[in-house]
Each structure stands twice: as structure tokens, then as C-alpha cells.
Write a protein that binds this ligand. Structure first.
Ligand SMILES: [Zn+2]
Length: 381
């Protein structure tokens, strides 16, 4: 794979590096806090202290409330880090929010996290209470169903909590994009515009939803700045994710991941020594909540590089298809330069970080892939 180093100046590379390096340290610290907090709550008296106020309740409210409390303790522990990250984005001129707005978003995200975690973990505890030794099978089925339902409803239930969406009002562009989607074999009814500008100056577009809820979403920040040829390129890239069923793949992998998680949880809790040090009778015991969340965080670690590698593979396929569908290599290079500059994307990330966390190839890689495509492509007749 080539590296189009000449697409960016050394000042641009340096400025992106200065922006990202402290963010990398922050995200690694975030991962560590995400492990340490549930570990302390699972294995030390700290967990008992958090559990005590809800220990007198029946098992359903007790599990749900304890789950929410554990999520809140975690959020409190990472709050300074999250606030620093927000200030960092303010300093670089990305965030358009005042502290109040930022706190409002953080509170909403926390509420969503509490509700989803409480539902999932209470469901897990219920599996053992209802199905006893058959609980792993029930937990896998229930967890898989939850992944599927979230994929379906998140564009219409979760995303509107954070952003307003409106149909693309530019009739000409909307018509062109619908025609493009028909040519791609994935006709969409909805090309929506998200009011990302209430939060950030960064640019983005994405696809989400399954079946009837699927849609292509453009951030208003991108729509404001990019030319219509560039928007075609972005839309073609997002349509490729649709065409190649990448969202469905992620959903299927989520269901497979749920199975792996349940198997490891079952094996771990079959071990008397572990149950003794957690002071729990089994997975039907509400006191198991922090350990369940700890195990989720631990198992996420080996999955990170696999997810990142698969995501980069999907991105490369979508990039290639965006060129094939539009045949517009010039706009491809323009939009990738624009996205990189607007988002101050890291042009030369540290290798270990790239392998573990980067779900996209770097902009110079993407531009190099586009140039290679243009060299191979037949001349337009
Ligand atoms: Zn993509």
C-alpha cells in the first residue's frame, strides 16, 4: 500500500500530531479507568458500599439500580478526563459548545448508558433466575436479540436524543443522491442532515439502521463546506457500506461476540474460588453486576485490534466503490483532503495505536489508494 505523503505539508502533519498525541494518552487512560473501576467494585468493599443502599430491594429493582450506580461511578471517575477532552477540542476550535451544553450532552449519554446497562444486566440476572442451569443459552439469545433491536431502533430512538435530523432540502442534490443510490443498487428514501454544528466544526457522514430504519446521514457542517461533487463522493462511500451490508455484518459480529462473552462468563463463574472472592452465589445474584461489566471491558481488549482491522477493510472497500460509482478521482482526492484538514485527522499515527484503535486508513493511505485506482482505471471515453 502506498503512502501519499506529498498530499499534506509537514506543518499539517505536525499540527495533527500535536492535537492527537495527548488524546491518545487520554483514551488509553480511559480504557484503564474502565478496567480499574469495575475491578474495585467487584473485588473490594467499595462494591459493598455502593450496593448497600439498594440491597434491600427485590432482585429486579436491586439489579437495575446497582447497574445504574456502577455506570455512574464509572462516569464520575472518567469525568475529569472527558472534561479535559472537551477543553482540548475547544482549544483547537472544534467544539462549538459552551460548558453547559457539553454537560447536558454528558448527562444524556450517562442516562442512556444507565438505562441500557441496567436493562442488559437485569436481563442476564433474570436468565439464571428463570432458566437456572440453562441460563447461558437464554443469555445468548437475549443478548443477541438486544443487539439486533438496538441496531434497528438506534437511528429512530437513540440518535434523536443527541441530534435533530431533517431531510436534505436542496432538491437538486437530493435528487442526484437518490439517483446515485439507485445506480448503487441500494435505493434510499432518506438522505438526512444532522445538526452536528450545534456541537462541533468537524465533518462527517454515516449510515445506520437496519431494514426499514436504514438511512444515510450527512452532517450539516460537511454540507455547508463541500462541493456537490464531493458530497456525491461521500454519499457513494456511505452507499457502499449499505451495498456491502457492513452494518448487518457488525450486527452479526455483535451477536457472535455476545456468545463468546456468555461462554467466558459461564466458565469463570463455574469456578468456586472466583465466586468466593466476588462474594456472589452465581450469575443470578445482583452483586455480580461489577464483575459482568469488568469481564465485558476485559474481553473488549483483544477484540479492539480485530474490530479496527475489519473496519479498515470495510473502509477501503467503500473507498474503492465510491471511485467506481462516481468515476471522479479528482473529487475523491479533494474530499479526503478536506475531511483530513477539517477534522485534523492524524496523518501519521503511532503504529501500535493505529493497529489497535484506528477504524479508518489514514488520509495519506486513502489518497494513495485513490491514485492507484486512477492509474489502473480505464480512460473515460
Ligand atoms: Zn466509511
Amino acid at each position: 500500500m502506498g503512502f501519499a505523503g506529498d498530499a499534506f505539508t509537514s506543518e499539517e502533519v505536525e499540527r495533527a500530531r500535536r492535537y492527537h498525541r495527548p488524546l491518545y494518552a487520554a483514551s488509553i487512560a480511559g480504557v484503564l479507568i474502565g478496567l480499574v473501576v469495575p475491578a474495585l467494585l467487584a473485588f473490594t468493599e467499595l462494591g459493598d458500599a455502593v450496593y448497600r443502599p439498594v440491597s434491600g430491594l427485590r432482585w429486579v429493582p436491586s439489579t437495575a439500580a446497582f447497574s445504574a450506580l456502577v455506570v455512574m461511578v464509572g462516569a464520575l471517575a472518567t469525568l475529569p478526563l472527558s472534561f479535559w477532552r472537551y477543553r482540548h477540542d475547544r482549544r483547537y476550535g472544534f467544539s462549538t459548545q459552551e460548558t453547559r451544553g457539553w454537560l447536558g450532552d454528558a448527562a444524556k449519554a450517562l442516562a442512556v448508558g444507565c438505562v441500557l446497562t441496567a436493562a442488559a444486566v437485569t436481563g442476564l440476572v433474570a436468565c439464571e433466575r428463570v432458566f437456572s442451569s440453562w441460563w447461558p443459552l437464554a443469555a445468548w439469545a437475549g443478548g443477541g436479540l438486544l443487539v439486533l433491536v438496538l441496531g434497528l431502533i438506534s437511528p429512530v430512538v437513540l440518535e434523536p436524543i443527541f441530534n435533530r435530523f431533517r431531510p436534505l432540502t436542496d432538491e437538486k442534490l437530493a435528487g442526484e443522491l437518490r439517483a446515485l443510490s439507485a445506480r448503487a443498487g441500494v435505493p434510499v428514501r432518506d438522505v438526512l442532515v444532522a445538526d452536528a454544528s450545534r456541537r462541533t466544526r468537524k465533518h462527517n457522514a454515516y449510515v445506520s439502521g437496519l431494514g426499514r430504519t436504514r438511512r444515510v446521514v450527512l452532517w450539516d457542517t460537511l454540507l455547508e463546506e463541500a462541493s456537490s461533487r464531493e458530497i456525491h463522493l461521500v454519499a457513494a462511500h456511505e452507499l457502499a457500506h449499505r451495498r456491502f451490508r457492513h452494518v448487518a455484518w457488525w450486527t452479526a459480529l455483535g451477536i457472535a461476540g455476545t456468545a463468546a462473552f456468555v461462554v467466558v462468563l459461564w466458565a469463570a463463574l463455574a469456578w468456586d474460588g472466583l465466586r468466593a472472592s466476588l462474594d456472589v452465589a452465581g450469575v443470578g445474584d445482583p452483586r455480580v453486576v461489577p464483575f459482568v461489566l469488568l469481564l465485558g471491558a476485559v474481553l473488549e481488549l483483544p477484540a479492539l485490534p480485530l474490530e479496527a482491522a475489519l473496519s479498515r477493510r470495510f473502509e477501503r472497500a467503500a473507498d474503492r466503490y465510491s471511485l467506481e460509482l462516481t468515476g471522479d478521482h479528482e473529487a475523491y482526492e479533494e474530499i479526503h483532503r478536506r475531511l483530513a484538514t477539517a477534522n485534523l485527522a492524524d496523518l501519521d499515527p503511532p503504529h501500535a495505536y493505529y493497529v489497535t484503535f484506528h477504524g479508518h486508513p489514514t488520509p495519506p493511505e486513502r489518497i494513495a489508494a485513490g491514485r492507484a485506482w486512477a492509474r489502473r482505471a480505464p480512460e473515460p471515453s
